[in-house]
Design a protein around this ligand. Structure first.
Ligand SMILES: C[S@@+](CC[C@H](N)C(=O)[O-])C[C@H]1O[C@@H](n2cnc3c(N)ncnc32)[C@H](O)[C@@H]1O
Length: 245
């Protein structure tokens, strides 16, 4: 996993900044019941999204295990963030109306312990909102890069910890059923073919990490042959789903 303590200082700017946070928070809010009073943002990071979910009468707690990310979050949400692990939330059972996992599941080796913990702290009728299929977000819209990378991505997608069908099945095993979903745009985060090659070669693209050196070389050669090498392809569209118990 990325070293989030080291990443913290540049995290917000490198992930779309306030525009991304605003789009994410707006999408989350669409999935929250109007009467959401107690909300926990698990893996809140720098709090850039969490802060935007504050409302009069709503209690918010951000939890993250990275001290570096939390240092920034505590500036945004004084006394409302704590250091902790998603598998051991410092919250009583059945105590919150909403649990958020925004860009957490794709980082994990397995989502079951985290999901079980989210279900534990939810009150009956509460909602768990999570991102799914993060790596596929960049390819939601058709493009030449999407078409060219599809065969390599296909092998990875269903194995991803945040794969939609796996997440829904995991929720069902814990008595959670899906009640809604929505999309939000990763504003300004579309990549050029050249940037895709750089990221793939640097090993920063999960769906290419298990490919052989020859497969990587072939893909990057093909990507380098595309027109408009420095024109960003469509911004990603990220998916959020809501489950209830
Ligand atoms: C991609 S960032 C997302 C941050 C935030 N949700 C956002 O959308 O800006 C992932 C965050 O998950 C945190 N994290 C990863 N594994 C965790 C765990 N097991 N328990 C708590 N936090 C965790 C990292 O420290 C990091 O801050």
């Amino acid at each position: 996993m990325i070293d989030y303590d080291g990443e913290a200082g540049g995290y917000d700017a490198s992930r779309g900044g306030e525009a991304r946070a605003a789009a994410t928070a707006e999408a989350v809010e669409q999935l929250l019941p109007a009467e959401t009073c107690a909300l926990v943002d698990v893996a809140c990071g720098t709090g850039i999204v969490t802060r935007r979910l504050s409302r009069p009468g709503r209690t918010i707690l951000g939890v993250d295990r990275s001290q570096g990310m939390l240092a920034l979050a505590s500036g945004r949400l004084p006394h409302r963030v704590v250091r902790g692990d998603a598998t051991r939330l410092p919250i009583k059972s059945g105590n919150v109306d909403a649990v958020l996992f925004i860009w957490l599941l794709h980082l994990l080796d397995g989502a079951a312990p985290v999901f079980a913990e989210g279900a534990r702290v939810l009150r009956a009728g509460g909602v768990l909102v999570t991102t799914v299929d993060k790596e596929e977000g960049a390819f939601h819209a058709a493009s030449d890069v999407a078409a060219m990378t599809a065969p390599m991505r296909r092998q990875h997608t269903t194995r991803a910890t945040d794969h939609f069908e796996r997440v829904v099945a995991l929720g069902a095993s814990l008595g959670l059923s899906m009640v809604g979903d929505t999309l939000f745009t990763g504003i300004g985060q579309g990549r050029t073919p050249r940037q895709w090659c750089e990221q793939i070669i640097a090993g920063r693209v999960p769906w290419s990490r298990e490919a052989s050196p020859a497969q990587i070389a072939d893909l990057c050669r093909d990507l380098s042959s595309l027109p408009d090498q420095d024109v960003a392809r469509p911004d990603p569209l990220y998916r959020l789903i809501a489950l209830t118990c």
